[in-house]
Ligand binder design. Structure first.
Ligand code: DP6
Length: 337
């Protein structure tokens, strides 16, 4: 009787960042955000879910280690999927079947490499296939981890913050498929794959509660979202890069303005920032953009034609052996799911 399904979902890296919740339980954000989903064969999560009438409890393994099912987010996601099944058919026999979930990442967990985004997107997508749930699933993925709702789609994806109290309009929407801008590349510079010291969940909570600059950031977000969408639609890399770098800098500024302060970037991260600005100024236009999430690793966005010269500059400035830059990962955004 056992049924199972296996899917993969890639990481997404925001160019306009999500930072702050207006509802902790439903995971509703204080601003809209926009990201690029990487290709399926790059950084990704892979999840198998099995259901069987003989299973006695819901269980989950992450990278081979059994996890507690006490996590409210995990339970919320399962509840939401089962609610959808119930709505379709109140007496569906699979409703009483327990699930066994087995998930793995092909990159370090919690090193600020958006593993929870890929993980929850993948889990929700796999569950939706197994239970034949259709319609929007981004609002369910969102309840696992906010940024996960954007990994449900490929290419350029925005998470519209929404205004409704129940979160019904806080969903992910594809702005453009990856094929719209096939020359765009990502290059991830792994400064450290150590676990981050402050989780994004906790960090953004403290920012909302203590940063005086944070309300100022929120005032400018809708305009930034519009400008970012325009630069993507027009494939205007120069302005795409400027908006991306400025938003990353602003995110890390409100983190420093948080009390006690949060600093995710390391010395090497700041050196990467200087290198990028130096290169862009020599070129007299932006040919590369950096962005940093809740960790020290840099994600560079650039165009395919500039990959060789940027890579050679990176390896000259940061020879992998002489500092903490352990490896480079090149990503190609493609359409997924
Ligand atoms: C800096 O989605 O990990 O990567 O919703 O609490 O799980 P929770 O937070 P999470 O936060 C991601 C923050 C970010 C910016 C972004 O991806 O937009």
């Amino acid at each position: 009787n056992m049924k199972s399904s296996t899917c993969t979902a890639p990481v997404n890296i925001a160019v306009i960042k999500y930072w702050g919740k207006r509802d902790e339980e439903l995971i509703l954000p204080t601003n809209s955000s926009l990201s690029v989903t990487l290709g399926q064969d790059q950084l990704r999560a892979k999840t198998t879910v099995a259901i069987d009438p003989s299973f006695t409890e819901d269980r989950m393994w992450l990278n081979g280690k059994e996890q507690s099912m006490k996590s409210a987010r995990l339970r919320n996601v399962l509840r939401e999927i089962r609610n959808k099944v119930r709505k379709r058919k109140a007496d569906d026999e699979t409703l009483s079947w327990k699930v066994h979930i087995c998930s793995e990442n092909n990159f370090p967990t919690a090193a600020g490499l958006a593993s929870s985004a890929a993980g929850y997107a993948c889990l929700v997508f796999t569950l939706s296939k197994l239970f034949h749930v259709d319609g929007d699933i981004s609002s369910i993925a969102r309840q696992g981890s906010g940024s996960a709702c954007r990994s449900v789609y490929g290419g350029f994806v925005k998470w519209v913050m929404g205004t409704q109290k129940d979160g019904a309009d806080s969903i992910a929407v594809q702005v453009a498929p990856a094929s719209h801008w096939p020359e765009l590349r990502t290059l991830i510079l792994v400064v450290s794959d150590q676990k981050k010291h402050t989780s994004s969940t906790e960090g953004m909570q403290t920012t909302v509660n203590t940063s005086q600059l944070f309300p100022r950031r929120l005032l400018g977000m809708e305009e930034k979202m519009e400008q970012m969408e325009k630069s993507i639609n027009e494939k205007d890399f120069h302005s795409f890069a400027e908006l991306t770098m400025k938003d990353s800098n602003q995110l890390h500024s409100v983190c420093l303005d948080t009390y006690p302060p949060i600093s995710y970037m390391k010395d090497v991260s700041h050196q990467i920032v200087r290198m990028v600005h130096c290169l862009n100024s020599i070129c007299e236009r932006n040919i590369v953009a950096y962005t940093f999430d809740a960790g020290p690793n840099a994600c560079l966005y650039l165009l395919e034609k500039d990959v060789p010269r940027v890579l050679s500059l990176v390896t000259t400035f940061f020879p992998p052996k002489d500092n903490n830059m352990e490896k480079f990962i090149q990503g190609l955004p493609v359409d997924v799911l």
